[in-house]
Design a protein around this ligand. Sequence first.
Ligand code: PLP
Length: 392
Amino acid sequence: MKKLVYMDHAATTPVKSEVLDAMLPYFSEQFGNPSSLYALARVSKEAVENARAQVASAIGASPDEIFFTAGGSESDNWAIKGTAFANRKKGDHIITSAIEHHAVLHTCAYLETQGFSVTYLPVDRYGLVSPKDVEEAITDRTILVTVMAANNEIGTVQPIREIGRITRERGVPFHTDAVQAIGAVQIDVTEDAIDMLSLSGHKFYGPKGIGALYVRKGIRLGNLVHGGGQERRRRAGTENIPGIVGLGKAIEMATADIPGHTAKIAAMRDRLCAGILDAVPDTLLNGHPTLRLPNNINVSFRYIEGESILLMLDAHGICASTGSACSSASLEPSHVLLAVGLPHETAHGSLRLTLGDLNADGDVDYVLDVLPKVVERLRSMSPLYAARKGGV
Ligand SMILES: *Cc1c(COP(=O)(O)O)cnc(C)c1O
């Protein structure tokens, strides 16, 4: 049997069996619409409220501050558009960073077409946003600061607590896309002074197409999805009960023992990362050396193309990513790698490996066996490499 090594946990994760078991009854026997008025419906309603409490407890919020959505992208859209349109009289300025997920960046770009102005803060070579830059960018017209908790491509973990304290002091709402951070970084919305937070089930062993937005009490936020009165009249649409139940169970499991769980994955990641840098010359690690997600490796192999690496790894049963899955269909290198200052050619030769529950030590050995040979073979065919070596 061909070996399959999945090292793309930042793209998505499989649903844990405990999560699936919790969800299953809500597809069939317990199918009631929570808005209906009979006992069957009350079972669904209770399941939703139980999941709401699980999500709230995982991030230090209260249940009435949690709203279910169709995933991370919707949560980001809601937080940003909902804040922008609700505060139009107050101001028209939004602050974000250059390395946000496209769910944030493209939403901000859309708002620019609607008369809002957006500051895209630069990052340093490790991908860090400077809290001082945030502070200096705030004006009387600023209605929102949105900075992600951890980056999906290079894994850099942002100083969100410092940013939160600054924005709280200045009275500007602070949203964070915590889709990659949940289960990897301890987050407490009170301690971290976060006003809105996006999360998504499928990034922490829950189902796809379900997420949540935390909205601190008192924050002004317009609706994004209009219709029925679900989610306390804030987000219309019959609830995705199995998804919501799965999200609750998954976040409870993902945040039960973050230090214990991440230590195991970080140990594998560290061995793999050191092994790659050791075995392959002309390779550099992208992102911060220590302030990074415990499962993330992002490296650039000079003189070759990330896409070719992926194809050859796939032929060996290894699932990985270059930059981010969303941009892999375009020829432009990742906006994140360009923002940390990589030249185009180097950015093109980058590979992201994200470890997780599907991995064991044997996978690290396997990738360490296959990857250096793949890079060597591609380089042997690369005119850039030949030129660098002074010709064939
Ligand atoms: C995956 C991801 C999203 C989008 O979440 P979906 O649930 O897939 O819509 C948003 N932000 C970040 C940082 C992500 O990694």
